[in-house]
Every structure is written in C-alpha cells, then in structure tokens.
Design a protein around this ligand. Structure first.
Ligand code: ADP
Ligand code: MG
Length: 727
C-alpha cells in the first residue's frame, strides 16, 4: 500500500519570521526592496537625483556614484539581516541564477570587515561557463559578465542582497533574457514616443507594461515523491485519468482548500515583502490547479518579478509540503497551465495608449497603437509563435484545449465595426464634413461601445480585452522576457513605419496631420484583416481558413523555432539593435538543444518507469492470479476453468500489455539512438519530435491500461485521483 506521510500543518516559516498579528501583511509591501524611498534615505540629495535620472534615461553611472550607491545598499541590506550579496540574473536555462558572496572580508591588517563597493555592485564575473550559450563563448573567451541593471531595484531575499543584472559574454553578446528585453523596451519607447507626439507634445516616454497571470498545480509532496516522472520531468508521463476530472467544473473559482490557502497566504506575504504586487488568487478549471496574478508593472520589473515568483513558489511550496508544478501539461485529460501576458503601453503623462480616451484625438491615438500592434502581430506571427515554443508548451498549443498554434487576434464585434467604418474613409484629404462625421460618430463613440464590449473569446491566443492585449499562448513555465522582447520589437518596427508613412504624407503630399493619420490608419486597417478572427480558434474550420489566409500553423517546437532566424526576424532585431544574427543563431541553437534534452530525459524516464516499476508490478499481480488459478485447480480439479475463467483472461491481458510496453520501450530506445547520432541540431530535434515522441503515447497507453487491471494496493505510482483530489 502506498503509505503517504500526513501533510505537515501549515507553519509560518518565512525567512523573515513575520508575524501577521503585528502588521497586516500587505502593508509590509516592498519592505525588502531597495527602492526609491530607501535610495532617498540612504543617499545624499545630489546622488539621489543622479541615480533617479540614470534610471529614467539609461545614462551612465560613474564610479563615484556607484560607490555611494553600493555603500547605501550595503548598509540597508545589513539592517535587513543580509550576510551575503549576489548578482541575480536570468540565463537561457529559464531559471534564475545566483552566486552568493559574503560581505565578510579581511582587511590588509587581518581584521574582519564588511566589504561591498561600486566594483562589486556594477560588474561581476561569475564562473558561468556551464550556462547555455549556443556556441557564442569558445573556451578562450569563456568569460561571462553580469552587469547591474539599475532599472530593477535590488532586494533582500532570505539573508542575501540580490542585485538584478544582465549577463553578457566577454565579447559583448547577450547570454540572458534580460539584455534583449531591455533593448526592446528602449526601442519601443523611442518608436512609440515619436508617434505619441503627433497627439500630445507632453509625451516624452512610453513604457511597455506587463501583467502576467500565472497558472500552476499544487500537489502533495509525498504523493509526488512516488513519481519519478514528476520529479525528473515536472509532468506525469503516465497515469490513467481519474473517474472524475474537470467535467463538473466544480473546482473553478471554488472555495480554496485550507492547506492550499496556507500556502497562498505565505506566498503572497513573501511576494509583498519583495515588492511583487500580487493581487488575485483563485482556483482554476482543473482540479488542484490555481492562478495568481499581480497588478501590472513596467515590463522589465514585471519580468523580474515573475522569475522571482517562480522561485519563491517552489520554496514556499516545499515548506507546506507541496510540490508546485509549473509545467504546461502535467496531467493528461485535464487542462494544462499557461501564463497570460497582458501587455499595454503607458506614457509618462499617465495615459494607457491601448485604452480609448475622452476626446476624438485621444481615440485616434488609441486606434493608431491598437491597429499598429495588430499589424505587427500579422507581420511577425510566425516569430511570435516561435517565442512561446517549448517542449512543454507543445502539449497545449494545437492540442485543442489552449490557444491554438495559429496566431490570430480577437478584437470583438464592436471594434471590428469601427475598423470597417475607418476602412471606408476616402483616400487623400478628407472633407471637413467627413472628418467631423468620423470624429463624432466613429472615433468619438469608441469609449461607449467598449464599455459593453464584454464578449471574451477564450480560444484566441492574442485578444484585445478593453485596455490591453492579452497574449494567452505563453507557457506557464516560460520566462516572460522572450515573448515580451518579440512583441516590443515588432510593435516598435511597425510604429517606426507608421511614423515614416505619416510624415511622408505630411511633408510630400502637404496633408494636415489628422488627414495623414486617417490615411495611414485606413491602409493599416486594410492590411490587418487576415489576422483578425472572432470565431472558435480550436475548430477545424479555422485551421482551414487560416491556411487560406496564409497564416502559419507550426504545431511543434522544431517547426516553430526556425522563424527566429528567418531573414525577416534577423532584419527586425538587427535594425532595432536588439540582437544580432550571431546572437539569434545562438539562441535558436540553445532552444533546440533544450528541446532535445527535455525529450531525451522524458524518454529515459518513461523507459525506466515502464521497465523498473510498471512491468514488475504487472508480473507481481499476474503471479498472484496464477497462484489463485493454481489454488482453484486444487479445489475444483478439472472443473477449475469455470471458476478461473476471468483470472485467466486477466493473466493473458497482463502478458499482452507487458509485451507491448517492452516492445514500445525497445523501439523508442532504437529511435533515440538514431536521433542521437544526428549532427544537425534541427534535424535531431525533428527526429525526437517525429520519431521518438510518438512512442510516448503508445507506451503510456499500455501502462494506463495495465493500471486499470492491477491491484491498486500494489500500484507503485500515486494515481491521478490521489494527486489531484486529495489535499
Ligand atoms: P481578466 O483577464 O481575468 O479579465 P483583468 O482584466 O483584471 O483580468 O487583468 C488581468 C491582468 O491584466 C492583471 O494582471 C492586470 O494587472 C493586467 N492588466 C490590467 N491592465 C493592464 C495594462 N494596462 N497593462 C498590462 N497589464 C494590465
Ligand atoms: Mg486573463
């Protein structure tokens, strides 16, 4: 019998020993963050204004200022009980990385001192030659540097001062997610600001904003421990569906189980201390599935916060004797997990550019950014798909349960109607009558019509939801930086184009500004129709229709990734100085390699479980049945067949399943060996996808059938019902 330890009672084991009684948790928001008010307190006036300026404009921070900030940071961190510091970065492994150094040092005289100055703050050289680099760093240049990102504040986590940094090679190429993200944010700021200035000269800065919604599963740790697949791959490679799954929808938004609530409360507290503005928590559709969402933030900070959150989730779950599953598809037969990326643009004047305004002019501005985003998605739909490709996410996209692998944009009926009206605007200069009519009856009405724009299409991968776009196809385990970098870059490119076209009409055709904008908008709207789709994204009709429209449908990661290194993508990233061809090639390589390794590990784990757990269990139960048949023969003599018929049939079926499992595993190993010798990484990934992966289903099917027959008390893996329904 599986003996599971009783879950431990929830205890507040926070690294900071907080007491909820003393002060409401949420009021301790940002306590462990070295943010603006700490800067103000620990720095003199001049230093404070210099650093604030540097954060906003991205200007250089000189050595003297760096020393001042380092001293301030150190004193603040020591007051929070920190003993160590680390450069905290996001290498291409997808996890966050840190190497702790103690403040402790020895002075020349041998005295113990606490040392941390500008040098340590600004740059470090972690011995990081094992991080994926896609061939960028040869051994002679194996050094990688981390460099301080002052736009994301340092924080104390546990007893360590964490300094958000970028990670680049000795020769300057990006080796992390953050470097290109920051560059894309900058490119978008430049492009969007110049377009905004058509509408409002007070706009000097535009920020990308991101609000992620993180889905996850929470499973009892002891139960998970019985499953090598969950431990090694983060998902179940087998397991018969539970009789009850999510059919009743009784989990969705239901009351949160007490033990889970304990986890959530501590998680939220930790988040608040670290300045992560988490706000919403609820049960998701699948049993044991939950969601957490913050208030949106500037995109760079939001990305850091999501990466940090995933780390905190694991630690807090552990304390509560849970295992948190961030995999996109941990269980067959029920929903997988995503990470919706809500994205918008905010100006320094406090305007959300994707929210309709009060005046016709501000609505024209809204339409400009709204349609430019859609045009960008159409132009680079394949790249956007590539940005969310991973072995885990392949189980969701195209599997008829999550956004499909075909990228389309949902905008709702009302806005579709507005676009239709604008498309019919006459070419060239507009008559005063036409302009007034447009401004009053089309553009001017947008806020009203959007008020009741409540139709939400859950099957759309990229949906407009009133004041932001929601990119729903991002995987739950992904680093948001990648899709956000791509989105920022492509919208920046489109806005630059919008500016060029509008200026040309003003300068060369002598049009008035609003005439020119209406003209460019009209053409832009005409061009975006093929990416707009309001229907059921999971349907077969859409698959056919989208093909006719020329949209891509890259179902798997090896099919999707080449878009990263297409001519079009290289031009996009190079022209905006976000990533060069070499860096893109390297990333493409890293992604393919990760895909191959993930499938390799899954294949090995599946082989091991099948042979070392499932087949022996089948044989054990078969032996019990054989004993039983032998006993019946002893009692009934020749007549035994009448009593042993069912047992004999089961014995037979067990043999069949065992044989099929064994054959499947052998064939899978053979396919793997063939794939492993392929030199070309894309060919290798394709071989894993097309030749190895299909055996997963076959082997699993046989194991799951066996699970239905074998005595539950000797089944070695926790069953779906135990994992999903017993907290
Ligand atoms: P839902 O998508 O479930 O309707 P909401 O619309 O309230 O939920 O918001 C979902 C997420 O979108 C939240 O994380 C929220 O912070 C984020 N969000 C709201 N406005 C913006 C914005 N302007 N930019 C980016 N994210 C936003
Ligand atoms: Mg949402």
């Amino acid at each position: 019998m599986n003996s599971f330890k009783k879950p431990k009672a929830h205890s507040n084991l926070s690294s900071n020993n907080y007491s909820m009684e003393k002060e409401p948790s949420a009021l301790q928001f940002g306590t462990n963050v070295f943010n603006e008010s700490e800067l103000r307190q620990y720095l003199n006036k001049e230093a404070f204004s210099k650093i604030t300026e540097a954060i906003i404009s991205g200007s250089k921070i000189d050595r003297i200022l760096a020393d001042q900030i380092a001293a301030a940071m150190k004193n603040w961190a020591l007051s929070k009980g920190a003993t160590h510091y680390t450069h905290w970065f996001q290498p291409l492994t997808g996890a966050t990385a840190e190497k702790h150094d103690a403040f402790f040092d020895r002075a020349d005289t041998g005295e113990p001192i606490l040392k941390f100055d500008g040098d340590q703050l600004v740059q470090q050289e972690p011995d990081a030659s094992s991080f994926p680099n896609g061939g960028i760093r040869n051994t002679f240049e194996a050094r990688g540097y981390t460099a301080w990102d002052p736009s994301s504040p340092a924080f104390v986590y546990g007893s360590t001062l964490c300094i958000p940094t970028i990670f680049v090679s000795y020769t300057g190429e990006a080796l992390d997610f953050k470097t290109p993200l920051l560059k894309s944010i900058h490119a978008l700021d430049k492009a969007a600001t110049s377009v905004c200035r058509y509408f409002d000269k007070n706009t000097t800065r535009v920020m990308a904003t991101l609000g992620w919604e993180q889905e996850y599963f929470l499973i009892d740790k002891d139960r998970a421990a019985s499953r090598p697949d969950l431990i090694l791959t983060g998902r179940t490679l087998m397991g018969h569906e539970s009789s009850k799954g999510q059919q009743l929808d009784d989990h969705y938004f239901g009351s949160i189980p007490t033990r889970v609530l304990g986890f959530m409360q501590e998680l939220e507290h930790e988040c608040w201390l670290l300045g992560i503005p988490v706000k919403t928590r609820h049960n998701e559709v699948a049993p044991s599935q939950f969601e957490l969402a913050p208030i949106y933030e500037e995109a760079n900070l939001a990305v850091d916060h999501n990466s940090l959150l995933m780390d905190i989730m694991n630690r807090v779950a552990d304390k509560h004797h849970f295992m948190v599953l961030l995999h996109e598809k941990p269980f067959a037969g029920i929903n997988g997990s995503g990470k919706h990326n809500n994205w918008s643009l905010a100006t320094n004047t406090g305007v959300n550019l994707l929210s309709p305004g009060k005046t016709p002019m501000s609505n024209l501005q809204f339409l400009t950014f709204f349609t430019s985003t859609i045009a960008a998605v159409l132009e680079h739909e394949e790249l956007l798909r590539a940005a969310i490709a991973s072995a885990g996410n392949d189980h969701r996209l195209g599997a008829n349960e999550a956004p499909p692998a075909i990228i389309s944009v949902f905008i709702g009926q009302q806005l579709s109607k507005v676009l239709d009206d604008l498309e019919n605007v006459s070419k060239g200069k507009l008559s005063p009558q036409e302009k007034t009519d447009l401004k009053l009856n089309v553009v001017g009405k947008i806020p009203e019509i959007l008020l009741d724009n409540t139709d939400r299409n859950r099957t759309s991968p990229f949906a407009f939801t009133g004041n932001k776009f929601e990119f729903r196809a991002v995987g739950s385990n992904a680093n948001c930086a990648k899709p956000m970098t791509v989105l920022n870059a492509m919208v920046a490119e489109r806005l630059n184009q919008f500016k060029i076209e509008t200026d040309a009409l003003i300068e060369k055709k002598g049009m008035k500004k609003d005439d020119a904008i209406f003209n460019v908008l009209r053409d832009q709207i005409k061009g975006i129709k093929s990416i707009l789709f309001e229907g059921d994204g999971y349907s077969g009709e859409w698959e056919k229709l989208s093909k006719k429209r020329g949209l891509s449908n890259n179902r798997t990661t090896p099919e999707a990734l080449p878009a990263f290194v297409s001519k079009k993508s290289i031009t996009l990233f190079e022209s905006l100085e976000i990533l060069n061809e070499r860096e893109l090639e390297a990333r493409y390589h890293v992604d393919l390699e990760e895909y191959v390794m993930k499938l390799q590990i899954e294949a090995r784990t599946l082989g091991d479980i099948s042979r070392n757990h499932i087949i022996p269990t089948g044989i054990r139960y078969q032996n019990t049945l054989i004993e039983n048949v032998k006993g019946l023969k002893e009692i009934y003599g020749k007549d035994y067949q009448k009593h042993a018929k069912e047992q004999m049939a089961i014995i037979e079926r067990i043999s069949q399943h065992i044989a099929a499992i064994n054959t499947g595993v052998n064939a899978m190993i053979k396919a793997r060996k063939k794939a492993n010798i392929l030199e070309d990484i894309h060919q290798k990934a394709t071989a894993y996808c097309k030749q190895v992966f299909p055996f997963f289903h076959e082997i699993r099917y046989q194991c799951d059938k066996l699970e239905l027959i074998v005595d539950a008390s000797i089944w070695p893996l926790a069953k779906y019902r135990q994992l999903l329904f017993m907290q």
